[in-house]
Write a protein that binds this ligand. Structure first.
Ligand SMILES: [Cu+2]
Length: 466
């Protein structure tokens, strides 16, 4: 980097007083342990104060859907398409709802951002998302009565192909995109599969609602990024965010849905595959006196990222921050880039979570070199001859077969990429043959497939995607 950067240290008093932040959102699997704990704590803490969780659930329920009601003039949040395109509010309303929740959490800790849960690949009831110290904790504590649909209902959840299909609806078809998303499995699947409050108008009572709708919001963000301006004919006025609603003594702002079709307007960025790309953004301190971006992996700051004079911005990573061409911090601004060394030790690796899940002391090593070693061959050599994963290399599908059925069957398959990220996790009824389809969403490269029986690992194998 040739440009001389003036990096100002922000006075402590500013840091202490302005505990508000912007956000880098990520798959929950990319959170540090610290972030996970803080997120869980924040949900609990919000319920002690003026209870925003309850208020958002009640509001969502009160204005859920009036389309079949006697009073068709009543605005509502859901299912206005295809009949009332002027009232399509599903995406924008939930986007602002996520933002409201995230803001409230950031008042407790500015490093918090809402993560997403991708229910098209992360489908196991043993997934780390349901760990007792994560989303699993609320089921009992808040009497949510989730029932996590039985294995027979696994079809409730979307497939990766469902996601590809809805995301490839073209630019001119925003209303079709919105309607397909809202009514289709990519949105409704998680609501129905989780059960309890989730399939009801009171769904925001369940914290997983926020992880699910952050995923829906991320998909909208991806779609809008691929189709710039595609969403910009929303003409509905907002509910709750209409300049009249009061929560905890504060009147919530008037939000024009048309103004938030780009999530960067709210300072929200979506990171993926260990990269947060902070570009095309001007720090404005609109929502916060100090804008704070936290992400444990790589943060690239550049490409028209501007910190104008008199504005305050902080970027924190556990691993790496790159200030790239196109990054400008003007004279008179405060810009701080920090490596969070305190959380280095607790850097999330799925290893620990998955280790506890499958009772294996060391199920996955992150050193890609290990992929060449025998460690990635079967756990129990006696299974090797009876279990087949084919074809290898594979393209769109895999067939898993166990030949000696006296020995065992299988009831779960997990696929990891070489960084250890779960890219697919599916639970099914005990069987000797299982066909995995729609794998075209996986990029070419090396993956690890694990086959489980009754939660125990029986085979681990290296496979290649063409
Ligand atoms: Cu909703």
């Amino acid at each position: 980097m040739k440009r001389a950067l003036k990096i100002y240290v922000i006075l402590m008093c500013v840091l202490v007083q302005t505990v508000w932040a912007q956000s880098i959102r990520k798959n929950y699997q990319e959170m540090t342990e610290y972030e996970r704990e803080e997120l869980v704590n924040a949900f609990y803490e919000l319920r002690n104060g003026p209870d925003l969780v309850a208020d958002l659930a009640q509001f969502h329920s009160d204005f859920f859907n009036f389309d079949d009601d006697d009073d068709p003039t009543q605005l509502d949040i859901h299912f206005n398409l295809p009949d009332e395109p002027e009232r399509q509010i599903f995406f924008a309303w939930h986007r602002y709802q996520m933002f409201e929740m995230e803001q409230a959490m950031q008042e407790l800790n500015p490093d918090i951002s809402l993560p997403w849960w991708d229910s098209s690949v992360d489908q196991s009831i043993f997934s780390p998302v349901w760990a007792d110290d994560f989303m699993g904790s609320f089921d009992q504590a808040w009497d949510l009565q989730r029932n996590y649909a039985t294995v027979n209902d696994v079809d409730l959840l979307p497939t990766p192909q469902d996601v590809i299909d809805v995301q490839s609806i073209p630019l001119q078809e925003f209303l079709e995109y919105a309607n397909t998303m809202e009514r289709g499995r990519v949105h409704t699947g998680a609501h129905r599969w989780v059960g309890g409050a989730m399939p009801s108008p009171m769904s925001p009572r369940d914290p997983i609602f926020y992880l699910h709708h952050t995923f829906v919001d991320k998909l909208w963000d991806d779609w809008e990024t691929a189709n710039p301006g595609g969403s910009s004919h929303i003409i509905t006025s907002m509910l709750r965010y209409d300049g009249t609603y009061v929560f905890d003594g504060e009147t919530l702002p008037l939000v024009d849905p048309d103004d938030i079709v780009d999530s960067k307007v709210l300072g929200v960025f979506y990171a993926e595959n260990q990269l947060a790309d902070l570009s095309d953004y001007t720090v404005s301190n609109t929502h916060h006196d100090l804008e704070n971006f936290y992400y444990q992996f790589v943060i690239d700051v550049g490409d028209n990222f501007l910190v104008p004079s008199a504005s305050n911005c902080q970027v924190t990573s556990v691993n790496q921050i790159n200030l790239l061409p196109g990054f400008t911090a003007q004279s008179g601004s405060s810009f701080v880039a920090t490596i969070d060394t305190e959380n280095q030790a607790s850097r999330l690796d799925n290893t620990s979570l998955l280790a506890s899940r499958i009772n294996n002391p060391n199920p996955f090593d992150y050193d890609p070199a290990i992929l060449n070693k025998e460690a990635y061959n079967p756990i129990d050599p006696s299974f090797e001859s009876i279990i087949s994963v084919s074809p290898n290399p594979f393209d769109t599908y895999l067939d898993l077969k166990i030949e000696d059925t006296n020995k065992l069957g299988m009831d779960e398959v997990v696929i990891y990429d070489i960084s250890g990220r779960v890219v697919l996790d599916r639970v099914f009824e005990n069987t000797e043959a299982y066909h995995l389809d729609y794998l075209n969403y996986l990029e070419s490269g090396v993956y690890i497939v694990e086959i489980l029986n009754n939660r125990k690992l029986v085979l681990r194998k290296k496979i290649i995607k063409e």
